[in-house]
Design a protein around this ligand. Sequence first.
Ligand SMILES: Cc1ncc(COP(=O)(O)O)c(C=O)c1O
Length: 475
Amino acid sequence: MEGERFLNHRTPEELEKWKNTGKTEGSEDSMKELETEFNSFEQEVGLLDTVGPKAREIIGQDCNMVSACVSRPYPLVVDRAKGSVVRDIDGKEYIDFVAGIAVMNAGYSNPEVQAAISAQLEKMVHCGYGDFFAEPPLKLAKKLRDLSGYSKVFYCNSGAESIEAAMKLSLWKTKRQNFISFYNAFHGRTLGALSLTCSKVRHKEHFPTIRTVHTDYAYCYRCPLNLDYPSCGIECAKQIENLVFRRELSPEDTAAVFVEPIQGEGGYIVPPVEFHKEVRRICTDNDVLLVADEVQTGCFRTGPFLAMENFEVRADITCLAKALGSGLPIGAMLADNELMDWPPGVHSNTFGGNLLSSAAALASLEFLEKENTENHVREMGAHIRHRLRELQENFPCIGDVRGLGLMTGVEIVKPDKSIDPVRRDKIIREAFKDGVLLLPCGDSVIRFSPPLVMTDEEADLGLDKFEKALKKAVR
Ligand SMILES: Cc1ncc(COP(=O)(O)O)c(C=O)c1O
């Protein structure tokens, strides 16, 4: 689970309210822990009153048994889901703008994916693909080659693992030791990937790093250099050459630049096309590898299979995960043969190329390919942003609406344009109460990343409810 949660944004008044609130219902253990997240939910906004008894029971137990390092924005206890609608354990339905954190691109309970999983389940689930051969991962490799143009794939189990693989491949290939990535970047939480991540200090404090120099991303709504696009000349990207390579880290010592086509956890930040083109040019001119982290943006999320296609940029290595397996864990690192020529034994794992995950991934990609997803994603994304921009006219707290395809961020601001995470979280909670699932990202952003199969009616109903949530949150 990534991103910061509303519990981290307690106002002094809210804290005071919690302290003064009397005992609440819940399991016996949770009653003792006044400051557990379970009680915080209930006391802060009465959110637990809005879910049913089964959900309350499960949350009470979960909070006592599962590590508190994962935090949840609201008390959703899922039971089942179909398409873009999630039903909770007590039978309440929600329109889903989360998609399991940009995972369920082909929709929940997609019949074609389910059929492929069932067929593979009958035959064999796992073989230890790191040691043996099998057909499903090979078929998937061909599909990935056809969709992406990269000739080779390395399989793993998650986004962070695919980033780790790309870090290792670029270290191995260049024999250099250091990386460059961007402020607000999120590349995962394992120690290698965490070195690249630079989104929130809580992710990083007390953990050691592999040396990574961070530099400015093109966050035009809040330009880190106080410039305006396009007169800025994409100075942020140019800093890699003008600043980093001159003052801090020689290109001779730089194994790779890691970049997200659109920053995800950092706030759904969409850079101008020239940003990625300039980063690509700098990497080429300085003989440094470029790695695209498409863990969140890949698999048709922004329209084309890879989001970098929107920017007409091709990275040397591309990382995929999240939506690839349609809900089953799988990650993939893609590169061309000349780059991925490391010898046997340098890198491997137990579950990479898992048969069930590979079958699910292939069926999901085939489904998305034949359903004319690219056009649907572009049209629905444009529609969602159009409606959100209409809302922006009546709600000054909406500072910015931005996105590509079905990846849209709404930045919530105070009248002076400063961030407003408290109001952002209120909006998300009000939407939840009314049956809409949304997640925060960045400092003050609400993200919309629905299943790519969401219908117009579902999107409009969800947006109507979002408008109601805005009204309640600005009162
Ligand atoms: C862009 C990006 N890279 C990497 C990751 C890490 O993926 P995982 O959580 O599967 O390790 C994420 C997760 O949100 C992500 O958004």
